[in-house]
Design a protein around this ligand. Structure first.
Ligand SMILES: [Zn+2]
Length: 336
């Protein structure tokens, strides 16, 4: 039986239940917070976040994947404080979110750079998964990278390849932040495939920002899961268009390639006004609005559970099992 690492320890994969595959809890710029965050009250924010996680659990969601990595303000001790006050499973991630340049500690270190050494990123990501993050004992169980309007910049490509290598070394699955406007999911699939990643291990995040069924079909045909993951953000598509796209993909036979989420957060300093700025953007959107809309369109309950339970579970379990099989093969090939 496959176990999956959560903030409070490993759980049996069957206990993942209904999963929101792309969320955040605290996301922001930590350096800005340390210098200008006069109004940040740790106790209050942890309490508020725990209350929101508890409400989510009570509404029928069992697990969230927190995709906050380096570049988005990852700080897992604070996530643990939230996790200690809720029964919701929280999975944390490793990797790096950049849409252009790398964080400074990676800019000068790497093959051919000022400090001509092996790229430190794969080792750091693998360590977060196998050893745990710093000395917290919290293991990441998901890898994350990003590609957006700027396309495959040298920094974006380096992270993507490092994430691919960490996937090969650990079996942890991958989520990519993509921008469908430049069909960057396909670029990411190409780069990860070049690294040897099985594209069935991958969620193409923010696919729900597109209603281009041919683009989405091309991604799904490679076996990846499409993250229909920005419900509540009135950005690029309306709610109705997002629902219609899901139905269109199911009609084309891609039910097994769909997962639902909001890309929501409890706290941020990325924009003024914090989370209060966007009333519609709530963790409850899938339960309160998406499921009723899909049901009304005639989708059976089983299909909804496939997107919320089976597909996310497969994302973790199949990646781990494929990794185990590859490791076994390598051992027998080496005659061990
Ligand atoms: Zn996100």
């Amino acid at each position: 039986m496959t176990t999956i690492q959560t903030v409070t320890g490993p759980i049996d994969a069957d206990r993942l239940g209904r999963v929101l595959v792309h969320e955040h809890i605290f996301t922001g710029d930590i350096e800005h917070l340390l210098n200008y965050g006069h109004d940040f009250d740790e106790e209050v924010e942890v309490e508020k976040a725990a209350a929101r996680m508890n409400a989510l659990k009570a509404s029928g969601i069992d697990t969230i994947v927190d995709l906050t990595v380096l570049g988005l303000g990852r700080y897992v001790p604070r996530i643990r404080r939230v996790a200690q006050h809720t029964d919701l499973n929280i999975i944390v991630s490793t990797g790096c979110y950049t849409l252009g340049e790398l964080p400074m500690p990676f800019q000068m270190v790497g093959p051919g750079l000022l400090f001509d050494e092996p790229d430190p990123m794969p080792e750091l990501f693998v360590g977060d998964i196998t050893h745990g993050i710093m000395d917290t004992g919290i293991h990441a169980a998901e890898l994350k990278c990003a590609i957006d309007a700027a396309g495959l910049t040298p920094g974006v490509e380096r992270v993507m390849r490092a994430v691919g290598q960490a996937n090969l070394r650990t079996g942890a699955p991958i989520t990519i932040h993509t921008n469908p406007a430049n069909r960057s999911g396909l670029i990411a699939q190409r780069v990860l495939a070049e690294e040897g990643v099985d594209l069935r291990d991958v969620i193409i995040g923010h696919s729900g920002d597109s209603d281009d069924l041919d683009y989405l079909t091309a991604l799904a045909e490679q076996g990846s899961i499409l993250g229909m993951d920005r419900f509540g953000i009135a950005f690029s598509l309306t709610f109705e268009q997002r629902i219609a796209t899901i139905l269109g993909l199911i009609e084309r036979g891609f039910l097994a390639n769909l997962a639902l989420s909001h890309d929501c957060y409890c706290w941020t300093n990325f924009h003024p006004g914090g989370v209060a700025r966007f009333h519609e953007h709530q963790y409850s959107g899938v339960i309160d609005h998406v499921i009723p809309a899909l049901r009304q369109a005639g989708l059976p309950t089983g299909a909804i559970e496939t997107m919320l339970v089976d597909n996310p579970r497969r994302h973790f379990v199949d990646a781990a099992e494929r990794f185990a099989r590859r490791s076994q093969k390598a051992l027998s090939r080496d005659g061990i």
